[in-house]
Design a protein around this ligand. Structure first.
Ligand code: AMP
Length: 395
């Protein structure tokens, strides 16, 4: 795996695919600069080597050229974070971009306009990718969030650099974290899968059963498993058509010696609302008219025990409806358990969608080993797919 450290960028122009798809407010100011901060180590390495950076990214989902999605809006934030003046060019390909790239001196940064102002980007168009490739000497992919897309700047462009291509710091860290969980993690390995539906997690479960020792299932998908086993789930969310699949998963897990831990009790509510009436009930005996919206205290204690016996932990999906304060407790307690296991030497990776949001919301970000920056890309990695953006660098 070729990383930044395999190259000396002195007098080289690094063409870097970053993910600067940041949120902007109505005054076009960056409201969350996490993604720019995440790219900083890669840019600093190139600049400190005595190279220059040509940055390319998408921003939002523009239909053609649209000022509202211009990357010029992020220039001042980027300058503030990196501490270097940023040159901006209003087209990512063509004469203007080529001239700006040619004039770039060591230690300088050039930001190209939004790649998605050209339809060719998402189509993975070869001519467009070649036009981008012309701009730099070494291609660096540091955008994990789009690594599962075979777009021109994330995948196709790599073929024009032969051996002059590598992963940026952020993408390397993502790959290493996934590998730690999937291949090289210290045992026992635990996966915690929550969220709403079995159907959206089934491929992940099937892929990871060979790699884990314990599986905690929480969140809404609990109830498909409980009902399939004959439990009474009241009005809880359930995918009836996935019940045979749930039983199949339990059978497969048993045959692979994976211990599956489902909630024992739940916090049930008489409505899907923050101020609904609630009661703690056995997960197998939820009264009609009530729905399980969070795990109960016995489940939380049991999960805490398991988490703290494991050395490698993957967390994907909340244990309850954490967006509603009344049903956030199990998700918060799980965050606490993982934080303490991490403090005691476990490796913990939080990845994919809502668990990342929960970890950020409740302040666990610095207490777990790694929080993934790519939702869809992380899910596809956990499903065992080879991401095109990663494959293109390895080829
Ligand atoms: P996912 O995107 O599949 O990870 O699902 C996340 C969503 O699952 C969040 O919006 C949660 O509110 C929801 N969720 C978690 N637990 C439950 C539950 N017991 N009943 C209904 N929805 C839930």
């Amino acid at each position: 795996m070729k990383t930044l450290n395999d190259f000396n960028f002195e007098n080289k122009k690094a063409l870097i695919r970053v993910d600067f798809n940041v949120p902007l407010n109505e005054n076009f100011e960056v409201t969350d600069a996490t993604r720019i901060l995440s790219a900083k180590p890669t840019l600093i390495k190139v600049l400190e080597d005595g190279g220059s950076c040509i940055l390319m990214s998408h921003l939002g989902r523009p239909k053609g050229v649209d000022e509202a999605f211009s990357l010029k809006h992020i220039v001042s934030k980027l300058e503030e974070i990196i501490g270097v003046e940023v040159n901006f060019v209003s087209n990512c390909i063509g004469e203007e971009a080529e001239q700006a790239a040619a004039l770039l001196q060591r230690g300088q940064i050039l930001l190209l306009e939004n790649l998605r102002f050209h339809d060719e980007e998402k189509k993975g168009d070869k001519t467009f990718a070649q036009a981008l490739a012309k701009l730099g000497d070494i291609y660096v992919n540091d955008a994990f969030g789009t690594a599962h897309r075979a777009h021109a700047s994330t995948t196709v462009v790599a073929q024009y650099f032969e051996s002059n291509k590598c992963f940026g710091n952020l993408l390397s860290k993502e790959i290493e974290s996934i590998n730690k969980v999937m291949d090289t993690g210290e045992k026992p390995v635990l996966a915690i899968l929550g969220g709403a539906k079995v159907s959206s997690k089934i491929t992940i479960i099937e892929n990871i059963l060979d790699k884990i020792d314990h599986l905690i299932i929480g969140g809404g998908m609990t109830f498909t498993f409980i009902k399939a086993q004959g439990g009474h789930i009241g009005d809880s969310i359930c995918e009836d058509d996935k019940m045979p699949l749930a039983l199949e998963i339990l059978k497969k897990a048993a045959s692979k010696n994976v211990k599956v831990h489902l909630p024992i009790d739940v916090l049930a509510a008489n409505a899907f609302s923050n101020d609904a009436e609630t009661q703690i009930v056995d997960v197998n005996a939820i009264p009609d008219g009530w729905q399980g919206l969070d795990c109960g205290p016995k489940s939380i204690a049991n999960f805490d025990k398991i988490v703290n016996t494991c050395k490698t932990i993957l967390w994907n999906g909340p244990l309850g409806v954490f967006e509603l304060e009344s049903f956030a407790n199990a998700t918060i307690q799980l965050g606490n358990s993982i934080s303490s296991a991490t403090k005691n030497g476990a490796f913990s990776l939080v990845g994919g969608g809502d668990s990342v949001a929960a970890v950020k919301q409740f302040g666990f970000q610095s207490k777990v080993s790694y929080v993934s920056t790519g939702g869809g890309a992380m899910l596809e990695s956990l499903e065992g797919k080879t991401l095109p953006g990663i494959a293109a660098i390895l080829e």
